[in-house]
Design a protein around this ligand. Structure first.
Ligand code: KIV
Length: 286
């Protein structure tokens, strides 16, 4: 991808269409300024160089190398089994390909919950070995000491509250968090992660009105997934948003493309031509 020719990429922080200004990396203060201006922030997951380059070209602000790679790339049933060693090469590929987007490394289950020191050492690996620009971790008030340790050590943190998939067994499965009386807990978590130094917070499966209230109360941007349209930004898992994954989807997923159908058609056409001898033709032969 050209750094200067694509107006969509160059416009928001660069010199605009047709200029030779280099693409400027999305940074934490840009996101805060976007919130202040009421501009919505876009985030997608990405786990490889081609999706990273494509989403970057589309002007997506933040690329999350989610621990959802566990169930969307590695074939596990949940996000729990994936390890730091498995996520680092995926994060490195995304960081190498993304010229403008901020690359967020998701810290996997068990890699930061034991202590702030454990969290710091894990985050340092994502920053040094993978080239991530920040890390994301799940949890609210109870994670404040970890967030403080990381931010004091120079590592920007995205918090993740509401439904936190790494705790799916403790939470009793995929459930909306913050309905009724429990809305106070989600609000407390939001304020606690902001006070601890998080520069943004993902809110997953939180009622829209609660997420809206939190968004208005916080100075840091909120990124919603199943949290209604009053958040400062939105995130989706790309295989869900663009239809590579098929089958039952969460209510909050909207499908914008049908990559599964395109790949299936392509693979079938290829197989037909190989079987019939039509491929490779003379134009593909030496
Ligand atoms: O890992 C992931 O994809 C996530 C999103 C659901 C926000 O944490």
């Amino acid at each position: 991808m050209s750094e200067t020719k694509n107006p969509e990429v160059a416009a928001p922080y660069g010199g605009g269409a047709g200029t030779a200004a280099p693409v400027r990396r999305v940074r934490t203060h840009h996101l805060r300024e976007m919130k202040e201006r009421g501009e919505r922030i876009t985030m997608l997951t990405s786990y490889d160089m081609y999706t990273a380059a494509t989403f970057d070209e589309a002007g997506i602000d933040m690329l999350l190398v989610g621990d959802s790679a566990s169930n969307n790339v590695l074939g596990n049933e949940t996000s729990l089994p994936i390890t730091v060693d498995e996520l680092i090469p995926l994060t490195r590929a995304v960081a190498r390909a993304a010229k403008r987007a901020m690359v967020v490394a998701d810290m996997p289950f068990g890699s930061y919950q034991a202590s702030p020191e454990q969290g710091y050492l894990t985050a340092v690996r994502f920053m040094k070995e993978a080239g991530a620009h920040c890390v994301k971790l799940e949890g609210g008030a109870e994670m404040a000491p970890v967030i403080e340790k990381l931010t004091q050590g120079g590592i920007p943190v995205v918090a993740h509250i509401g439904f936190t998939p790494q705790s799916e067994h403790a939470l009793g499965g995929y459930r909306v968090q913050g309905r009724g009386e429990t809305s106070e807990r989600v609000k407390r978590d939001a304020l606690a992660v902001q006070a601890a130094g998080a520069f943004a917070v993902v809110m997953e499966m939180v009622p829209a009105d609660v997420a809206g209230e939190i968004t208005r109360e916080l100075v840091i941007p909120t990124i919603g997934i199943g949290a209604g349209n009053q958040c400062d930004g939105q995130v989706l898992v790309w295989q869900d948003a663009f239809g590579l994954r098929t089958g039952r989807m969460a209510k909050f997923v909207k499908q914008y493309a049908d990559v599964h159908a395109a790949l299936l058609d392509g693979a079938r056409a290829y197989a037909d031509e190989v079987r019939s001898g039509a491929f490779p033709g003379p134009e593909h032969s030496f």
